[in-house]
Design a binder for this molecule. Structure first.
Ligand SMILES: C[S@@+](CC[C@H](N)C(=O)[O-])C[C@H]1O[C@@H](n2cnc3c(N)ncnc32)[C@H](O)[C@@H]1O
Length: 215
């Protein structure tokens, strides 16, 4: 898919593609309400729009929202942008599908991520945003609605599933793919080992798409 990605906006990658693949496997009625949390370039939002969904895209970055709007227009799809923090930006609304590829890379230091790193850094265990999405998503789903969430196995797939189940969702892993560390992960490989997040010598991660369904 042709996408314009301005500097500072997350360029669609393997995790993006896996999330789109999982979305493609979901039946979507025409006009289904889809939320793309942390839309970045809008790749997932555009993919949903191309299937006839009514798409809302949230991001904390104005540049990302601009890119998502632009890419929507490029593909003849209207994307409804919302600036704000995760699902708080659409408080009180419910969706048929909530898709999220949030920041999940564990990072040293306790200060809030800044600049481009805000698209991937997510605290010492990588769960700064994941835990909040797990807490917020169940209430944002219509009955029968589905959450699709992609992240690395370095930041606790079991934890995500347990939190979603505690929120009343039925969980399953719908996609897995092992891939070599990219530049950011490689630069932190030894730190991951010291933190007990990775095995000694580990140089790859497994990306996982978790599906949480509301009964
Ligand atoms: C890993 S990128 C994913 C971008 C896109 N969805 C994709 O799959 O290519 C994560 C996105 O989440 C956004 N983000 C980070 N913190 C956020 C927050 N608290 N609320 C909303 N969006 C946030 C970032 O700006 C970034 O665009």
């Amino acid at each position: 898919m042709l996408l314009i990605t301005p500097p500072g906006v997350y360029r669609a990658q393997a995790d993006t593609e896996m999330l789109i693949g999982a979305l493609d496997d979901e039946p979507l009625a025409p006009g289904a309400a889809v939320l793309d949390v942390g839309t970045g370039s809008g790749a997932v939002a555009v993919a949903a729009g191309r299937r006839g969904a009514r798409v809302t895209a949230v991001d904390v970055s104005w540049s990302a929202l601009g890119a998502a709007l632009l890419n929507g227009a490029l593909h003849g799809r209207r994307i409804r942008p919302r600036h704000g923090d995760l699902l708080s930006a659409v408080r009180g609304r419910r969706f048929d599908v909530v898709a999220a590829n949030p920041p999940y890379v564990p990072c040293p230091g306790d200060s809030a991520p800044r600049g481009a790193a805000r698209a991937w850094d997510a605290g010492r265990d990588g769960r700064l945003l994941l835990d909040r999405i797990c807490a917020q998503a169940p209430a944002a789903l219509k009955p029968g609605g589905v959450l699709l969430l992609v992240h690395s196995d370095l930041c606790g797939v079991d934890t995500t599933c347990e939190l979603l189940r505690a929120g009343g969702l039925r969980t399953e892993i719908v996609a897995r793919a092992r891939q070599p560390y990219g530049p950011v992960m490689s630069s932190r490989a030894r730190w991951f080992e010291r933190e007990g997040l990775a095995r000694p010598g580990q140089c790859s991660e497994e990306l996982v798409v978790i599906r949480g369904a509301r009964e």
